[in-house]
Write a protein that binds this ligand. Structure first.
Ligand code: IMP
Length: 204
């Protein structure tokens, strides 16, 4: 179906690192990426029960208030032995205002008795692009980065649960990888590259 090329996309995120990463991925697309903060917008409360629902909530809010196409992501870690927890609650696992360190300590405590062979888990990222007034179908992608949860922190880079998440191929934790290494394999890098490829197909 022929459609009008997109010239500007609002990114519904306040995280400077994420904005830089995503702008890089979308740099070949001829569409300007504008952070929602530049338009005076903030993210709504994340009340969804899935990553896709939360990403859609954030993107729809930005599209409605800006009148522009908007992108958002929602991510977290789902641990097999915890039936997928902390999942969408990853940022708030140890409490509403918990720090990364507190969340990580709680995860390690909960997994204390879990044997090495059962410590699998995955980082999930849902990345979506919606159009103002829902004039076109939203683009929705979800990617998972599988790995193992270690018993102790390793590495000084990254953020969140990176220090205890071991990538099977490289045998490095997310916190031991360079930004480029992590982007190449991570849930978020893969999800946004896929979203960009889907959009490129409709944005010629
Ligand atoms: P949000 O997508 O910004 O809501 O992030 C959710 C939470 O998931 C973060 O606060 C982290 O705790 C965790 N998380 C998401 N992606 C990563 C990652 O790449 N490394 C480590 N933790 C992550």
């Amino acid at each position: 179906m022929a459609s009008t090329a997109i010239e500007k996309i609002v990114l519904a995120s306040g995280n400077a690192g994420k904005i830089r990463e995503i702008a890089e991925i979308f740099s070949g697309l001829n569409a300007e990426i504008v952070a929602q903060s530049k338009l005076g917008l903030e993210s709504p409360e994340e009340t969804g029960s899935t990553f896709v629902e939360n990403a859609l909530l954030k993107a729809r809010h930005a599209a409605e208030h800006s009148g522009l196409p908007a992108m958002a992501d929602d991510s977290g870690i789902a641990v097999d032995a915890l039936n997928g927890r902390p999942g969408v609650r990853s940022a708030r696992y140890a409490g509403e205002n918990a720090t990364d360190e507190e969340n990580l300590d709680l995860l390690l405590e909960e997994l204390k008795a879990v044997p090495d062979s059962e410590r699998g888990g995955g980082f999930h990222c849902a990345a979506v692009l919606v159009f103002p007034g829902d004039t076109r179908e939203p683009l929705i992608v979800e990617e998972v980065w599988r790995g193992t949860i270690l018993r102790e922190r390793r590495g000084r880079g990254g953020f969140g649960y990176d220090p205890v998440f071991l990538d099977a191929d490289s045998q490095k934790t997310g916190a031991e990888m360079s930004r480029e290494e992590k982007n190449a394999v991570s849930h978020r890098g893969r999800a946004f590259r896929m979203l960009c490829a889907n959009l490129r197909d409709t944005n010629r």
